[in-house]
Design a protein around this ligand. Structure first.
Ligand code: ASP
Length: 348
């Protein structure tokens, strides 16, 4: 793996290999052990679009591997505001750092960064294109949740909900999930915001069952995962989705009435908490089926594994690691019921 631009190059084996490295990174990501595998290395974190989780968790992952981070956010304070090309920016920054994470509002722009450099480039989200590290951490989270629940991914029923047209996380995730066998997908989107047809065709061609619908509040039989997404208004080009009403809100009533007792509820975050946004409700925050913070916590271990793999330092995560020397909380958040679950292989 020279770069991580898309999930396309992954097969099941490559996914499992990366997750094995992530499992080795867990004690470091969870602040029990210290690792210096990337001591002396520098990450360039270039975010030309809003970000909290992706930017900070990539930076934290690199720092927890012993490296350090230089970053820039937005176009305003970068030389792109002076008309510099992607190629020049990429080549110049590559002279300063050992790896790049780039987020850009245009599909394909991060691949252009990769073409202009020999250092590894990670796609931190390219417009409505892909978000491969998010999909990998989503799949890793599903693996952890299924291990706890004694479920397998082959044959699972997964519902993807919300803005499936512009949501890059679901574009990458559906491709990764389709590496497994015999999945049932229910794609629930308001009219006009459906999953792109080419993605549905590619997944259908792999022998999975896809059902699409525009109404959220109907039973989802034997549902294993409900993956909700934010409406991506910043990417709208004239769309006015009329079906996106309060009935589309994923809340406790929906989970209780239409899903099951062991349905895992995920969301890539951020959830839009503004009035009328109809995004994932906070009335689920104490419900153990809500996996959103376990999901975001997993981002650090998975992103550590991505860097360790791209920079050839995986083995150092297997070796004996030093204990941390500072005081750390036993659970990260006050409501964390199971933030410290054992992680396991998805096929297990
Ligand atoms: N954080 C995710 C992304 O950057 C999801 C979102 O913004 O809704 O794509």
């Amino acid at each position: 793996m020279a770069h991580l631009l898309s999930v396309d190059p992954f097969d099941r084996h490559a996914v499992e290999r990366l997750f094995a490295v992530a499992r080795g990174a867990e004690p470091v990501a969870r602040r029990r052990k210290v690792c210096r595998a990337l001591e002396g290395a520098v990450l360039g974190n270039l975010f030309f679009e809003a970000s909290t989780r992706t930017r900070i968790s990539f930076a934290a992952a690199f720092c927890r591997l012993g490296g350090s981070v230089c970053d820039t956010t937005g176009f305003t304070f970068s030389s792109m505001a002076k008309g510099e090309s992607i190629q020049d920016t990429s080549r110049v920054i590559s002279g300063y750092v050992d790896a790049l994470v780039v987020r850009h509002p245009e599909r394909g722009a991060v691949a252009q960064f990769a073409q202009a450099t020999n250092i590894p480039v990670v796609n931190g989200g390219d417009g409505p294109g892909e978000h491969p590290s998010q999909a990998l951490l989503d799949l890793y989270t599903i693996g952890n949740e299924f291990a706890r629940l004694g479920k397998r991914l082959d044959g699972a029923h997964v519902a993807l909900i919300g803005d499936l047209k512009h949501g890059r996380t679901v574009h990458s995730l559906i491709k990764l999930l389709s590496l497994y066998r015999g999945l049932r997908f229910t794609l629930i989107a308001p009219a006009g915001l459906e999953m792109p047809a080419e993605l549905c065709e590619a997944v259908g061609a792999r022998d999975h069952h896809i059902e699409t619908r525009q109404v959220l509040r109907q039973p989802l039989k034997d549902l294993d995962v409900a993956y909700a997404t934010r409406i991506q208004r910043e990417r709208f080009t004239g769309e006015q989705p009329e079906g996106y009403t309060a009935d589309f809100r994923v809340d406790k009533a929906f989970l209780d009435e239409c899903c099951g007792e062991t349905t895992v509820l995920m969301h890539p975050l951020p959830r839009d908490s503004t009035a009328g946004a109809n995004d994932l409700s906070t009335d689920l925050d104490a419900d153990p089926r809500l996996a959103i913070f376990r999901q975001s916590d997993s981002g650090v271990a998975v992103r550590m594994a991505i860097f360790a793999t791209l920079l050839g330092a995986e083995r150092q995560l297997q070796g004996p690691l030093r204990d941390v020397t500072w005081r750390t909380p036993s659970a990260i958040g006050p409501n964390d019921a199971c933030s410290d679950m054992p992680s396991a292989s998805i096929g297990a």
